[in-house]
Design a protein around this ligand. Structure first.
Ligand code: ATP
Ligand code: MG
Ligand code: MG
Length: 158
């Protein structure tokens, strides 16, 4: 049955419900593990939106060489991962070594999530039908984008 389930996570109640669903699912699949993946839009890197103000010490992008830039990206991803892990608390503790938290960066969160799933041979994606966005549509843009970007089966949870 399922071996590797990706749960894209943005901290929303929908995403929490998706993780709970995936957690119930892995209890029926002894071999399955979960990757909880948060995608940081590249446009956030170097801003304080992820609470990383100071990472750059006010140095504008153009003043950084490639290695320094990579260091900034890594710092933002480390912070995001820490935050997701804290946010998940008990759920993550319950899952123990069956779940990992990962942060990825990309121009498009949906494309970054789909790429992660393909590169890591995920056989199912369980995600919220909607997320943190205020507009109450039928399907959020990240869910839609993931569905468009991959042929891996996607299960959406309200
Ligand atoms: P929109 O973002 O289009 O305004 P929304 O926020 O309601 O609408 P989505 O962002 O598509 O809807 O969220 C749907 C699901 O996608 C979430 O429940 C979560 O599983 C996942 N998701 C959204 N944003 C991210 C992200 N940055 N990283 C990882 N997963 C995400
Ligand atoms: Mg959005
Ligand atoms: Mg959203």
């Amino acid at each position: 049955k399922f071996r590797h389930i990706m749960v894209p996570y943005d901290g929303s109640d929908h995403a929490k419900n998706a993780l709970q669903y995936a957690k119930d699912l892995v209890e029926t699949c002894p071999e399955a593990r979960i990757s909880v993946v948060h995608a940081v839009p590249s446009s956030y890197v170097g801003t304080d939106r992820m609470g990383t103000e100071g990472a750059l010490d006010g140095v504008p992008y153009g003043m950084l060489d490639y290695e320094e830039y990579q260091g900034v990206v890594q710092h933002v991803l480390d912070e995001a991962k820490k935050r997701v892990s804290e946010n998940l608390g008990d759920t993550l503790a319950d899952l123990g070594d069956r779940a990992d938290v990962v942060a990825v960066a990309g121009a498009s969160p949906a494309d970054a999530l789909a790429r992660f799933a393909e590169e890591h041979d995920c056989d199912l994606i369980v995600m919220g039908r909607r997320g943190l966005g205020a507009i109450r549509g039928m399907l959020g843009s990240v869910s839609f984008g993931v569905l468009r970007a991959t042929d891996i089966p996607v299960l959406t949870v309200k």
